[in-house]
Design a protein around this ligand. Structure first.
Ligand SMILES: [Cu+2]
Length: 470
């Protein structure tokens, strides 16, 4: 083989390699359940401290597990401690990473713990401060990313081609130096082998390309996503401690999640909207409302303390998302005895009101509201007559709106229109307002209670209102 010919072949091989590398670039990851990516945010309530912990899952081990900790309120005198253990093993002896909270405006705290193997881990977070505290065990899975078979085939084909090209050029150069041509059968063999490698690379390249196209189509079409399989429904057993709680006295709500098919504890929840569980507890009259994020204490078990202020029936709405499944809301009732501690303030309808030192004006694009017709509800924030433009993200968004009808049977958790805030560090740079909008279609006529929830100056701001749908 002559040197110019070898150079031509080399150029051709390089071109093929470049083309193949373009084909091998993996398709975009699916955006649905079970594909939450390597950065996950877990918002949990530790007593009266709500802390969002963003975990950067390492692609390999041993490696540090980086934690970005974003408290939702003042953390003066608060200590946060973190440690990890492989799931099912004791935390005893695990090194503890400690972070001290500071007073004033909260940024992001950083910490890290070390993980030394792939698999399921529990990240234990302990928060204690002057206003109480609590413990959460956050489930983390560190997975080795296997190289797809198609990529292995493509790389093998291309690698073989490159090796054969180098061999061919080397042989040609040796032959030229000796003044003897490379023997015909060697050239024939090299040519056949190169052709075979090329065919392998092309076949696997086409396969990679079609996989990338299919996964792009699947992520563009929500009905054709990986949700096809799904998982059985979740059973939620709710119990209160004490068994007969009294108004104005603290009680602990414990949620035991089990698989509707096997009855085993559910431990495949994935964070959705920055938490594993969104728990909304509302009294029958709607005067008591709370939206909290109970910490996980063991597989399938979540517990949180609260102090409802009036006797009667309460509904706990448990919103979860299981791996490879959509979100589900499970409602459970419980009763409180005793006498009312606080007087119910009637919630106002649309219009202006004062909340948390701001004026909040709420209006609807559709008046009157009608069942089955889409409406945009706008919350406008101002202070001393000036618009407020530095509302902060809560649970990754500008705002959340809970709507519930008077019977308690209709329950909706609506998110503000607009982009989600980035996770972790960058979230603190996001600012919203003065107008925050929600789009919702009320399914049936009736009276509805609505709670708009926002974050401003590190306080969760809840705006209740009551509307009639015709
Ligand atoms: Cu929530």
């Amino acid at each position: 083989m002559s040197i110019p010919m070898a150079q031509r072949l080399l150029k051709r091989a390089l071109l093929i390699a470049v083309l193949a590398l373009v084909l091998v670039v993996p398709g975009s990851a699916l955006a649905h359940g079970g594909h939450t990516g390597p950065i996950q945010t877990f918002t949990q309530d530790f007593g009266s401290y709500e802390v969002a912990i963003t975990v950067e899952i390492p692609p390999t081990t041993p490696s540090p597990l980086y934690l970005n900790i974003t408290p939702q309120q003042d953390m003066a005198g608060v200590t946060m401690r973190f440690r990890v253990a492989p799931r099912g093993q004791s935390f005893d002896g695990a090194p503890v990473a400690e972070v001290q909270g500071t007073a004033g405006t909260q940024g992001v705290y950083f910490s890290q713990v070390d993980v030394d193997r792939f698999g399921d881990w529990d990240l234990e977070a302990r928060v204690s401060g002057p206003k109480g505290g609590g413990v959460a065990r956050i489930p983390i899975t560190i997975m080795a990313q296997p190289l797809p078979v198609g990529s292995i085939g493509l790389f093998a084909g291309l690698g073989g081609l490159v090796v054969l090209m180098i061999a061919s050029i080397t042989l040609a150069m040796i032959a030229q130096r000796r003044g003897r041509p490379v023997s015909g059968w060697i050239n024939w063999l090299l040519g056949q082998a190169m052709f075979a490698c090329l065919i392998v690379a092309v076949i696997f390249g086409i396969q990679q390309f079609s996989t990338a196209v299919q996964s792009a189509q699947a992520s563009a079409d929500p009905t054709r996503s990986s949700l096809g399989v799904g998982r059985p429904h979740a059973n939620v057993a709710l119990h209160t401690t004490p068994d007969l709680p009294q108004a104005g006295q603290p009680l602990t709500l414990t949620l035991d999640l089990s698989d509707g098919s096997t009855g085993l504890p559910i431990d495949d929840l994935i964070p959705h909207h920055n938490a594993l569980i969104h728990l909304v507890v509302i009294s029958a009259d709607g005067a008591f409302y709370t939206h909290i994020h109970p910490p996980r204490s063991a597989p399938g078990r979540y517990a949180i303390a609260l102090t409802p202020d009036r006797p009667g029936r309460y509904t706990a709405y448990v919103e979860i998302e299981r791996q490879d499944s959509g979100t589900q809301v499970i409602a459970r009732d419980f009763e409180l005895g005793g006498a009312a501690v606080a007087v119910a303030q009637p919630a106002s309808g649309f219009g202006s009101r004062d909340v948390a030192g701001m004026q909040v004006d709420v209006r609807s694009s559709l008046t009157p509201l009608r069942a089955g017709k889409q409406a945009t509800l706008t919350f406008s924030f101002s202070r001393g007559g000036l618009p407020v433009g530095d509302m902060q993200p809560w649970l990754g968004m500008a705002g959340h709106m809970i709507a519930r009808d008077a019977t308690g049977a209709i329950f909706a958790h609506v998110h503000a229109v607009g982009p989600m805030a980035p996770s972790g560090v960058l979230a603190s740079a996001s600012a919203y307002g003065p107008d925050i909008r929600f789009v919702y279609t009320f399914p049936q006529p009736g009276r509805y209670q609505i709670w708009g929830q926002f974050r401003y100056e590190q306080q969760i701001v809840t705006v209740p209102l009551e509307v009639t749908v015709e």
